[in-house]
Design a protein. Structure first.
Lengths: 274, 221, 222
């Protein structure tokens, strides 16, 4: 066990004007002696699209995974929608969140994975209906209509009765986006959603995400290697280096006139690779 | 009667039973290995009849029960003029039964040696026999050792059935002690623990050691 | 040279066939017990409790490494020592069910570990409950690759039922023993038992193999 952290320094909830949709407050994540996130502070406003870039091992995926509660954090507190996510209030103090509390809070967050992680034994439509019917308790008929709408939106309506093994990577990822949206999350996380795709189908997935940005008032966090895509879609880009934010700025500024040497080095290395 | 007193009173019987079990297992293992290699290779022979003989042996022994086979060897074979003493009948039954399972492991392992190895041996003009002996079998051995570890434990467990044709092995002695003392938990419990120790602390470590040294020989460690 | 007596063979055949039903019954009941108990063993090894995991692991290891015949004796004879008298059938089913539960738990464990981590994460991201995740997402994916192993042990438990004769369960072996000692003829009953076992186990093994292949094809595996 590590030394207990003094949690009283963190507020029980965020109040006042301009409460961010997501707030990382001094969040640390370690695997044994390896520090992945080092006292990370990060706010994401409601409706904002934030993209995280950086070299591999810089902790960018961990930001999403801790936010989805797939991994526990070692220090700090994450807030979602003004309330603590990783902790909960008990007798006026913050304590680590119980499973029950996590379940309640998780409903605000949806995630799409690099390898899609569709359920292989269910059709596209069943994948989308699983959560709404069995977690949210929405009647089947209603869940079905909503899922069909979403599949339509991602351009997969005609494949709704296919199993994932019959779909291309790009098609699977679009179904995965519909599946996550079907849970009506307030925050959507995209974890390298185009990294496992063949180059010619990347566009069909990025186009869906573009539509989400323009048509929905969703808060989004995205980790990607597609610099061009990050540039024209994000409100803000964060460059991660060794578990912390080295630099963050609107995309035009970060890509056009990076302040940090490390950012510059990274961006020129990426440009050469392309 | 305390457990200690129980051990003092019946330890000699349990010990002699353990020795018989160990001996019977050792001879059965030797027989099973010879049969497994022979039948496994025969299954891959080009000549049909050779393959069929092996297939009949394997399917017959895998398709019926060890206990049925033991009874048949011990009670029925004498009717055909072939009388075996119970120890011999016991290890032949156990060895032939587990040899049939082993043959499938041998065959599977040989088939899973990469095709390139067969072709490379052919390319340097090796005879089929040399190729099998020098190139294929050593690699197949490494592949099949882990499942053989499980098979040997199955064999050790199988030897317990020879008690039913009155071989005085560990199970037989436990039954005797139970019949005379009615201390079932102590008698059978002790025997179970002895089998467990033999499987987990003798066979398993021995096989692990064998796996490691074979892997080293092939330069894979 | 022994003479095969066909009249005697026909005479004992109905008794042997009746006993075959008992053998199949014993294998079936034992297997059903093993299927559920084995799942419990496998799931118990996935709880957060390290003590429980270790204890179940050791128990499974112990059951797998010791002879079934001795376990049958143990269950049958130890009960009365503590005032619990079990009938041969009950003791036999407990012992053989427990024995194969240990084997099946290993099959399940392998299947469960085969399900990619991403499936768990997707289930978490959709906020599915633990029970729902297991029964709707994980187990349906763990089952198909386990079918081959489960089939092997189904044939295995069938071939192990003769061991139940040691405590007098009236299955095939026990019946053959009785016939033998009543008539002083062992050739026909023991040979017939062997043939009946072959006639059942070889086709069932082949059937199970094609069932496994069918499931794999159906699910687009391989």
């Amino acid at each position: 066990m590590e030394q207990a952290e003094d949690l009283s320094q963190y507020p029980l909830e965020l109040t006042g004007k301009n409460v961010p949709m997501v707030r990382f407050k001094k969040v640390a994540k370690r695997y044994g002696s390896l520090t992945v996130l080092e006292h990370l502070d990060l706010d994401v406003a409601e409706g904002e699209m934030v993209t995280i870039i950086g070299p591999s091992g810089s902790g960018k995926t961990t930001v999403l995974r801790t936010l989805m509660t797939l991994e526990r954090i070692n220090e700090g507190v994450i807030y979602v929608d003004g309330k603590p996510l990783t902790h909960m209030e008990k007798d006026g103090k913050l304590v680590p969140a119980s499973q029950k509390y996590l379940r309640a809070m998780r409903s605000k967050i949806g995630m799409c994975f690099q390898h899609f992680n569709l359920f292989p034994h269910m059709t596209a439509l069943e994948n989308c209906m699983e959560g709404p019917v069995h977690v949210l308790g929405i009647p089947r008929k209603q869940a079905r209509e909503r899922s069909e709408e979403l599949l339509e939106m991602v351009g997969m309506a005609d494949k709704r009765d296919q199993h994932p093994s019959r779909l291309s990577g790009g098609q699977q990822q679009r179904v995965a986006i519909a599946r996550a949206l079907a849970m009506r999350p307030k925050v959507m996380l995209f974890d390298e959603v185009t990294s496992a795709l063949d180059p010619e189908v990347i566009g069909e997935v990025t186009n869906v995400i573009r539509r989400l940005v323009s048509d929905y008032n969703l808060t989004m966090l995205m980790v990607t290697h597609q610099m061009g895509f990050a540039r024209d879609i994000s409100d803000r880009v964060c460059f991660f280096y060794r578990g912390r934010i080295e630099e963050q700025a609107p995309p035009s500024e970060l890509f056009g006139d990076p302040k940090s040497d490390r950012t510059r080095q990274f961006l020129s290395a990426v440009k050469e690779a392309v | 009667m305390s457990y200690f007193e129980f051990l003092v009173a019946h330890g000699d019987l349990l010990l002699s039973g353990t020795l018989v079990t160990a001996m019977l297992a050792a001879v059965s293992i030797a027989l099973a290995i010879v049969l497994a290699l022979t039948a496994g290779l025969m299954r891959l022979a080009p000549a049909g009849p050779v393959r069929w003989v092996a297939t009949v042996y394997i399917e017959f022994f895998r398709g019926t029960s060890l206990l049925v086979q033991l009874y048949w060897i011990f009670f029925v074979l004498p009717l055909f003029g072939l009388s075996l003493d119970k120890f011999t009948a016991g290890f032949i039954g156990v060895g032939m039964n587990l040899g049939a399972y082993g043959a499938e492991l041998v065959r599977g392992a040989i088939l899973s040696v990469p095709k390139g190895q067969w072709e490379a041996a052919l390319a340097i003009n090796m005879s089929p026999l040399t190729r099998m002996r020098r190139i294929i079998l050593p690699q197949a051995l490494v592949i099949m050792l882990p499942p053989w570890g499980n098979l040997l434990i199955e064999l050790l467990k199988g030897t317990a059935l020879v008690s039913l044709i009155s071989v005085a092995d560990l199970t037989f002695q436990a039954k005797q002690i139970n019949a005379t003392t009615f201390m079932s938990a102590k008698a059978f419990g002790t025997a179970l623990i002895i089998y467990y120790v033999m499987a987990r602390f003798i066979i398993t470590p021995l096989m692990r050691w064998l796996e490691r040294s074979m892997a080293r020989k092939l330069g894979r460690a | 040279m022994a003479d095969w007596d066909w009249d005697f063979t026909w005479e004992i055949l109905p008794r042997l066939l009746a006993a075959t039903v008992n053998t199949l019954l014993a294998a079936g009941i034992g297997y059903i017990i093993a299927m559920f108990l084995g799942l419990a063993f496998a799931l118990a090894q996935r709880t957060p409790s390290n003590t429980l995991t270790m204890a179940v692991r050791e128990a499974v290891e112990f059951i797998r490494s010791t002879p079934l015949v001795l376990q049958i004796f143990f269950v049958f004879y130890v009960g009365p020592e503590f005032g619990v008298v079990l009938s041969p059938w009950v003791a036999g089913m407990i012992a053989i069910g427990l024995h194969y539960a240990a084997y099946l738990s290993e099959v399940y464990r392998g299947g469960l570990e085969n399900v990619p981590q991403g499936q768990w994460e997707a289930a978490t991201s959709l906020n599915l409950s633990t029970a729902r995740t297991y029964f709707r997402i994980i187990i349906p994916q763990a089952l198909p690759p386990s079918i081959a192993g489960m089939g092997n042990y189904l044939v295995g438990i069938f071939k192990d039922t003769p061991v139940l004769s040691v405590i007098g369960v009236a299955e095939l072996m026990q019946t053959a023993n009785s016939i033998g000692s009543e008539n002083y003829r062992y050739l026909e009953p023991y040979t017939m038992v062997g043939i009946i076992f072959l006639l059942i186990s070889l086709p069932s093994a082949a059937l199970l193999r094609s069932f496994d292949a069918w499931v794999r094809r159906k699910l687009g595996m391989n």
